[in-house]
Design a protein around this ligand. Structure first.
Ligand code: SAM
Length: 286
């Protein structure tokens, strides 16, 4: 089977020479499909983010197979070996510690490389925290933006926060519990206190919790709490007519651009375009 062939009918799985991207649970071990278990048991080998984690799932379902480690630290060595194995006709499964491999987890690089070699990839779908969270939020889910983890670098982070503040679509973000309070305060600063969000904690697990309301209320809810567990944040899109750009941020950007050497006129023109405002509205901020 090559890149251009139609994958209309699969014979018995797993097939030789195919890379399988296998979804595993994000908490509740029962969230794994029969098809995924069949692949994990019968491929030539399973490349895992952490072999100990995958062993736990396999032993729960009484299956075993050859496991190798495949993660961000060893992927440059492992990818050529996996590609070689596939070309020799082996069937290989990629699994991450939880959810879909390649979604903020190891797996993206190998799919690019494998595809470029003309080898087929079959995805065995499973749980994904982003999809589980958006459907639990009741927010619009037919079209949405998935940001994964926001960048750490301030300038890149602020650019995305600004985009979120103007976005008409639902946005989904992954965040660690340690950094949740900081992120909530940034969302408050960029999106304003009325923006509706939902913090989904420990999805599919015993202590699953959905904290949803406007940003202020959500911040209040977490204020005196030690936050633990896994967190996904869902942010409701704005209605276009409700967009009210945060003038203090634009004013700060204006000062930054002027300090960097731009004229007031050029800086105002640039920021007006970026924020959907009239040039005079930006110009008059100073
Ligand atoms: N590949 C995974 C997927 O398909 O969702 C995501 C892996 S990423 C390294 C881990 C992040 O996903 C966590 O920090 C958290 O933001 C989110 N996450 C994973 N499991 C979760 C859960 N049970 N509840 C809430 N968020 C979860």
């Amino acid at each position: 089977m090559n890149n251009n062939s139609l994958l209309s009918h699969r014979s018995e799985e797993p097939e030789n020479g195919i890379l399988y991207m296998v979804g595993t649970p994000i908490g509740n071990l029962n969230d794994i499909s029969q098809r995924a278990l069949n692949i994990l048991q019968n491929v030539s080998l399973v490349a895992c983010e952490d072999t100990r984690q995958t062993k736990k799932i396999m032993s729960k379902f009484n299956i075993s197979n050859k496991l190798i480690s495949f993660n961000q630290h060893n992927s440059s060595i492992k990818i050529p070996k996996i590609v070689k194995g596939l070309k020799e006709g082996k069937s290989i499964a990629i699994v991450s510690d939880a959810g879909m491999p390649g979604i903020c987890d190891p797996g993206e690089d190998i799919t690019k490389r494998v595809k470029s070699e003309g080898i087929d990839i079959i995805c065995i779908p499973g749980a994904c925290a982003a999809i589980t969270a958006i459907l639990s939020s009741g927010m619009s889910s037919s079209s949405f933006v998935f940001e994964g983890f926001l960048p750490k670098k301030k300038i890149d982070r602020e650019k995305i926060l600004l985009e979120i503040s103007k976005n008409e679509k639902t946005t989904i973000i992954y965040e660690s519990p340690k950094r949740l309070k900081k992120l909530l305060n940034e969302l408050l600063e960029f999106c304003g206190e009325d923006r509706e969000i939902m913090v989904a904690r420990e999805l599919t697990k015993k202590f699953e919790e959905h904290v949803g309301n406007n940003i202020n209320k959500v911040i209040e809810f977490f204020t005196d709490k030690d936050i633990i567990g896994e967190i996904t944040i869902v942010i409701k899109g704005i209605r276009k007519r409700d967009f009210n750009p945060n003038k203090s941020i634009i004013k700060k950007d204006l000062n930054d651009l002027i300090n960097a050497g731009l004229s007031l006129s050029a800086a105002s023109k640039y920021l007006a375009k970026k924020n959907g405002l009239k040039k005079s509205e930006v110009y008059n901020l100073i």
